[in-house]
Design a protein around this ligand. Structure first.
Ligand code: DGL
Length: 269
């Protein structure tokens, strides 16, 4: 057993999709979150820059004595071989957990993947899916406007602008009769209602952040690192830009007032 925290990072609020599920399935775990909001978005950057940011994010989390790290960022997970970034403590990205869930869920073998430009350009989700289900059909679509919509709180089901953007992006996926859609960027589950209204009830949406949280539970269990205390765990959040903006988004999404638990830090901006 270990009462050290689980470290989670993303470019912004997207990684909260992993935190929400961690709070749900592992309520006694302490979580240290880093949202690199000053350098968001990651998804339109070069591989070298994303690698540098990811290393700095990991170094920052390590200063807090954590027992496992989740790269709760689809972009980092798909363009970098995250396994090589950390060798001494357990680690997961969001890609493999999401791909495994999608491959188990699909009935017709037609899987859609939406993510940032860097994620879709990398082709990593498609390659990983084909390793597990070689005969599947995979269609990827970059949705670059989704991240700014989420970071600015444009997430309500009835939000006209978010609906219009989503309709445009999802049109090609609707035409291909996919039955499973991977939300390959951790920000996208915050638009789940809108995406699900457009895709219809027959399409299963896979949240990459949520799947990474479930993988983390298994990983900690296997390595005997779960926190067995009966005290409720604590979430501490660090951001590299506005505390207020993050608090607002986090409150909406986690249904929890995070005020007092969010701190601003500078990490080589
Ligand atoms: N949440 C991130 C992802 O999963 C990053 C979005 C971005 O910074 O572009 O890809």
């Amino acid at each position: 057993m270990s009462d050290l925290a689980i470290g989670v990072f993303d470019s912004g609020v997207g990684g909260l999709t992993a935190v929400k599920e961690l709070n749900n399935i592992l309520p006694n775990e302490n979580i240290i979150y880093f949202g690199d909001t000053a350098r968001l978005p990651y998804g339109s950057r070069s591989k070298d820059t994303i690698l540098r940011f990811a290393k700095e994010d990991i170094d920052f989390l390590r200063q807090h004595g954590i027992k496992m790290i989740i790269a709760a960022c689809g972009t980092v997970s798909s363009i970098i071989n995250t396994m090589t970034l950390i060798e001494d403590i357990p680690f997961t990205g969001v890609l493999l957990p999401a791909v495994q869930a999608a491959c188990s869920s699909t009935l017709n073998g037609k899987i859609g993947v939406i993510g940032t430009q860097a994620t879709i350009k990398s082709g990593s989700y498609g390659r990983a899916i084909k390793t597990i289900r070689p005969n599947s059909f995979v269609l990827g679509k970059a949705c670059p406007l989704f991240v700014p919509l989420v970071e600015n709180g444009y997430t309500d089901r009835e939000n006209k602008i978010a609906k219009m953007v989503a309709e445009e992006y999802l049109e090609p996926l609707k035409k291909e009769d996919i039955d499973t859609l991977i939300l390959g960027c951790t920000h996208y589950p915050l638009l789940k209602d809108i995406i699900s209204d457009i895709m219809g009830d027959d399409v299963t949406l896979i949240s990459s952040g949520e799947e990474a949280a479930k993988f983390t539970q298994l990983s900690l269990l296997e390595q005997n690192l779960l926190n067995t205390s009966d005290k409720l765990g604590e979430n501490i959040f660090y951001v590299s830009d506005s505390v207020e903006m993050f608090e607002e988004n986090a409150r909406k999404f986690l249904n929890d007032d995070v005020k007092g638990n969010v701190f601003k830090v500078d990490i080589n901006c």
